[in-house]
Design a protein around this ligand. Structure first.
Ligand SMILES: Nc1nc2c(c(=O)[nH]1)N[C@H]1C(S)=C(S)[C@@H](COP(=O)(O)O)O[C@H]1N2
Ligand SMILES: [Mo]
Length: 322
């Protein structure tokens, strides 16, 4: 298989990380000088500063995960996948806060729309209004969190730009600045920049969210400042970070993970406990923040959002990979 033979370092962390390994890793980071960030290890995480961010976003009570507690902030912002910086989940927060500027930031929207536009994220925050929603988040690597996101539904922005009849898909693109992040050169076998896509009806679904904050604060760099997608019923890699472009397309767009491993990372990639990843089961997940030795909990179809989203996939065989 492509990834197994050529890209062994892609092997995601499917195993629980015991506390001892975590401590060893901290020691390693300190010694290796990997991070000038060694000093920052004990320092406060630097939050992204988004001037347009409201003082106190209101919780939208329609969207609260009731059966699990939100994952503590330190895990949400300290255990990250952001390959533009590094594949080391614990080092992302250091590398993403060493001079990478996420403000000001503009988002360009184009393709098949009546009103292509370029928007500043601060203005966007003010115009769209920011609400908090607590969503489950399930990574394809079989770990999960519960995250209070602040942002607005993508469909509000879609309404503003008015897609034409030709717009069947939406393509998202992440920033690409080789000076700001070492991953572009370090992992040059990926088809950078990071891209993702949704079908237009998925993009318009009320659950599909653009997040500019976490826990009522501007979203930290490591979580995808200043604006990232959140699609809670899909595997985490669909939730693309630090978006610079949104394009409405006629054809299904190429996406980074689907190109890198088409047999492992489908375009749809809805959370589905019945369809194993070719290299591991998706039936259960490790809840981050609980003991590494805690029993894994069952993964839910569509990550628990089946009632809301199953209708989008009528006629598609849910026992199959797609
Ligand atoms: N641009 C970009 N977006 C990305 C990624 C990435 O490497 N680059 N990783 C994805 C993966 S695999 C996951 S699980 C989530 C992680 O989001 P978090 O670090 O905020 O938990 O971001 C997704 N979005
Ligand atoms: Mo992921």
């Amino acid at each position: 298989m492509l990834i197994k033979t050529k890209l062994p370092w892609l092997l995601p962390e499917t195993e629980a990380t015991p506390e001892s390994a975590y401590k060893e890793r901290r020691a390693f980071i300190k010694k290796s000088g990997l991070a000038t960030a060694a000093a920052a290890l004990s320092a406060k995480v630097v939050d992204g500063a988004t001037a347009g961010f409201p003082k106190k976003p209101n919780l939208n009570k329609k969207y609260i995960a009731t059966d699990r507690k939100p994952t503590p902030y330190k895990y949400v912002t300290g255990y990250n996948n952001f390959y533009e910086f590094t594949t080391d989940k614990y080092a992302v927060r250091h590398l993403a806060n060493q001079g990478w500027k996420t403000e000001p930031w503009t988002l360009k929207i184009g393709g098949h729309v009546e009103k292509p536009m370029t928007l500043g994220v601060n203005d966007l925050c003010k115009e769209m209004g920011i609400e908090m929603r607590v969503y489950r988040f399930r990574c394809v690597e079989a770990w999960s969190m519960i995250i209070p996101w602040d942002g607005f539904p993508l469909n509000k922005l879609i309404k503003k730009v008015q897609p034409t009849a030709k717009a069947k898909y939406v393509k998202f693109t992440t920033f690409m600045d080789e000076k700001a992040a070492p991953g572009f050169k370090g992992y040059d076998y990926y088809d950078w920049p990071y891209t993702e896509g949704l079908r237009i009806d998925e993009a318009n679904h009320d659950l599909t969210f653009l997040a500019v904050g976490i826990y009522g604060q501007p979203i930290p760099n490591q979580n995808g400042a200043p604006i990232r997608l959140v699609v809670p019923w899909k595997y985490g890699f669909k939730s693309i970070k630090s978006i610079v472009r949104i394009d409405f397309t006629e054809k299904q767009p190429k996406t980074l993970w689907n190109s890198a491993g088409p047999d492992e990372y489908g375009f749809y990639s809805n959370v589905n406990p019945a369809v194993p990843h070719p290299r591991w089961s998706q039936a259960r997940e490790r809840v981050i923040g609980e003991s590494a030795f805690a029993e894994r909990v069952p993964t839910l179809m569509f990550n628990g959002y089946g009632e809301q989203v199953a209708g989008l996939y009528k006629g598609m065989d849910l026992k199959k990979f797609f």
